[in-house]
Each structure stands twice: as C-alpha cells, then as structure tokens.
Design a protein around this ligand. Structure first.
Ligand code: ATP
Ligand code: MG
Length: 434
C-alpha cells in the first residue's frame, strides 16, 4: 500500500468497532474524577515551545529528543504537547484559577505527541487521562490523587496492577543528593552513555531515568534520594504512607522511581501493569510544588498524574477484560416502495426522538438486501412496511433473535415498541435466572 494511504508510524486509528470500549473507559475516568471534585479542563494541542522547555525541563528526554516542534507561518516556535500538565499550568495561571478557591482540581483527556520509537505501548500519538490539584500541600492530597488513579484502574476492570511510590525530595534535600550522585557517576564516567555524560554536569538525576542498559545498571547501585530527604520531606512522605494505609491502598516503596520530567518534587508514583511487557507503566505522577511559580504564577503547591489510555487498553485487552457490549440498532425499518419510505422516515424520526436507535433504508435497496443489512448490523428488531401495512396503518415487529413477532399500530409506535422491548428483556432475564 502506498505510504500516503497508511496512518503515520506510531499513530493509531480508533475504529467504530472499538469506540464503545474507549467511551466506557474515558467515561469512567471523568465520572470517578468528579467524585473527587475534579472538573474537566481542555487546553490546546499546541503551545509555545517554551511552555514545555520551562516546565518539562531542558535536560529531559522528552524535550531533548521527543518533541514535535516547528515554526509556524508567523515564525513562532510551536510544539505539539508531549503531555498536558505544562499547558494546564499555563492555563490555570493565565485564567487566575490558582488565585481563586484552593484547592483547584482539574482533569483532562487529550492527545499527546512524542517522537519516540514506535513499539507495543509506545506511540507517537497517544492519549492521556490526567488530573491536577493546585494549592494542596498536605500529604492527604497525594493520597487522594493516588486513590483516584487506583479507583479508575479498578473500575475499568484492570487486574495485576501495582502501585510504587517514592519521594525525590525538595530542591533543598536535592542539593546534597546531587553532590553524592555526581560523585558516584563521575567515578564511572567512562561507562556512561554519551547523553548521560552531558547530563552529569547539568542534571545527574536524569541519568537514573536513562534506558540504556549500562546506565541503568549503574543507576541500580547509585545513592538513593530517599536517604537524603530533609525533615520536612521525610515527614511528608511518612504522611503520604499513613494516608494510603488509612485508605487501605497497598503500595511498595521503590527508590528507583524518579520520573522522566523535571518538575517533580517530594512524592512520585507509578502504577505498573504486569501484562504489557516492557512499557509497563500505565500511570505516572507526583507532586510539583515549584512548577506554578516557575511558570510565572503564585507559589502554590500542586500535584497530579498522567495515565496512558492506549497502554491501559493494551493491558485490558491482554487480560481479556470484559467491556459493556456495543450499543446495537434497536429497530430496523424496511420500507417497500416510495410511499412506505416516507412512512419509514416518519417512524424513525419519532423513535429517535424517544431515544431509540432506529434505522431505515437510505440506499433504495430491495427488501432482501435491506434485511441482510439489518442482520449485519445486529439490529435487535425489524419491521417491514409495504402497501398492506400502509393501508391498515399497522405492521409486525420481529425480534431478530427469537423470531417472535408482535402486531403494532403505527400510532403511538414508540410506546408499543418500548413495551415489547421491556417484556422481552424481562423474560430473558427470567430465563437466565432459572
Ligand atoms: P516511559 O517511561 O514509559 O517513557 P514516561 O515517564 O515518559 O513513560 P509520562 O511522561 O509520565 O511517561 O506519561 C504518563 C503516561 O503516559 C505513561 O505512564 C504512559 O502510560 C503514557 N505514555 C507516555 N509515553 C507514551 C507513549 N509514547 N505511547 C503511549 N503511552 C505513553
Ligand atoms: Mg517516555
């Protein structure tokens, strides 16, 4: 197939046969977020490049290698968002939300763009569900956000998921830590990859996140940030653990987690799935108390997470998770002839206004072809409208599965159809109970 007839590498089409699964998962995400007081925010897909450079961080993989950056026709440097936190922070500052009632809680679902090597669970266009909470400095907020993430994962039916937490401290405790880390890596400088040699002077913590085998094996024995926490950060971390215990949430402390973006402080966490291979982190997040002021806003603490929707779907698929069934056409109306076609249009219109999915012929097909189509789309009921039906102002609704038929008048059609559907649902419920 010619290249232009194929989607760009690392992008996915969400097809109509799968959309109900995404709608179910995304619906649960927003619904559960709202139980915790998080309201949806939508921000642009692109921002000034600087928004990401300043927040995600100049020394991160995302900014150094993965951004889709281009000059627009006005000569401005624009970047397709690699994540949403930066844009959300820009927005809550711009609209004064961080100067209003705090905590301010927002959530989002949106596309993200990263120039990465496409593989299972790693795309160039992917989607994140995320939440951000501004102005809450207590450890209770960390546990609340984690609890929200867990409730979403549990509600969509994921199994075999574990929560790993860590604290990477504040800039104060990181001063000592950076020193110890730099000394450690400096003594292994010949083994480090080229990028990490550069990171050593600029931001040694980034080396801990390097995916190259040599750097990651060195990282395993490196000093741990958790051993360098100041009293305040240690107390905060103890508080987070206490609140997680109070919410009966199981976790392990993993001192290796540092997260790939620069803006994190104190708590960081990941939800990891055992069912999607190497790209195992379904959700990552943490606290970023310095980001809002760094981006030109007031000093307010903040925290949040981003959950990869495609990775979550992959895990669910690998676990053969159950999804609610796709909605089916309630009734297919098959007219024969022009006058009947007008009646079909009238009946469909009424049915749709009463909340039923109704379809009728829009191709000018004969009866046989119409019934074949009704079968293909899995219509639950059908009705044929011909000259006899028109003259008698009534017809026969057929249950496509059982073959049962029901005489109905064309007056109050929706009401009668509703009753037939309900009766059938009740009797199949009774059958399944017996
Ligand atoms: P990774 O270590 O896997 O590269 P990351 O640290 O870059 O992840 P974040 O920036 O924290 O990821 O993004 C949060 C979540 O978004 C990830 O946990 C993952 O589920 C999802 N995600 C990140 N990058 C991709 C991608 N290229 N394709 C699909 N999902 C992704
Ligand atoms: Mg990454």
């Amino acid at each position: 197939m010619a290249e232009i007839n194929r989607a760009i590498k690392g992008t996915n089409d969400m097809l109509p046969v799968d959309s109900h699964k995404f709608q179910f998962v995304e619906g649960k995400m927003l619904e559960i977020a709202s139980l915790y007081g998080f309201r949806e925010i939508r921000v642009p897909v692109f921002e000034h490049t600087e928004v990401f450079q300043r927040s995600v961080g100049d020394t991160t993989d995302v900014v150094q290698k993965e951004m889709y950056t281009f000059d627009d026709k006005g000569g401005r440097s624009i970047t397709l968002r690699p994540e949403l936190t930066a844009g959300v922070v820009r927005s809550v500052i711009e609209h004064g939300i961080v100067n209003g009632a705090l905590p301010a809680k927002v959530c989002y679902i949106g596309g993200c763009y990263r120039y990465e090597k496409p593989q299972a669970g790693r795309l160039r266009e992917f989607h994140q569900f995320g939440v951000e909470c501004f102005g809450a400095s207590s450890p209770a907020a960390d546990a609340e956000v984690i609890s929200l993430g867990l409730q979403v994962l549990e509600t969509v039916g994921i199994k075999n998921i574990s929560l790993e937490i860590n604290s990477i401290g504040c800039p104060e405790c990181r001063k000592n830590y950076h020193k110890a880390l730099s000394e450690y890596f400096a003594s292994h400088i010949d083994t480090l990859c080229e990028t990490c040699r550069d990171r050593l002077s600029r931001n040694p913590m980034r080396i801990l996140d390097c995916k190259s085998p040599v750097c990651s094996s060195l990282a395993a024995d490196a000093p741990k940030v958790i051993d360098f926490l100041c009293d305040e950060c240690q107390n905060h971390f103890d508080g987070v653990k206490a609140h997680l215990d109070a919410a009966d949430i199981k976790y392990t402390v993993n001192p290796q987690i540092v997260r790939g973006l620069d803006y994190y402080t104190k708590t960081v966490f990941e939800f990891v799935s055992g069912d999607i291979g190497a790209q195992s982190t379904v959700c990552g997040g943490g606290r970023y108390d310095g980001l809002v002021s760094q981006m030109g806003g007031p000093q307010v603490s903040a925290l949040g997470f981003g959950m990869g929707i495609e990775r979550l779907m992959l895990a669910l698929q690998n676990q053969n998770a159950d999804f609610p069934e796709a909605k089916k056409c309630d009734i297919y109306i098959a007219p024969m002839g022009n006058a009947a076609a007008l009646k079909a249009t009238a009946l469909c219109t009424a049915l749709r206004h009463d909340g039923f999915e109704a379809q009728c012929d829009v191709c000018g097909r004969g009866l046989k072809a119409q019934m074949k189509y009704a079968d293909k789309i899995g219509a639950l009921y059908s009705i044929v409208v011909g000259d006899n039906e028109l003259s008698e102002n009534k017809g026969s609704i057929k249950n496509m599965k059982s073959g049962d038929t029901f005489e109905v008048s064309f007056d109050n059609f929706s009401e009668q159809f509703m009753k037939i559907k309900l009766d059938d649902a009740l009797s199949s419920l009774e059958e399944s109970v017996m």
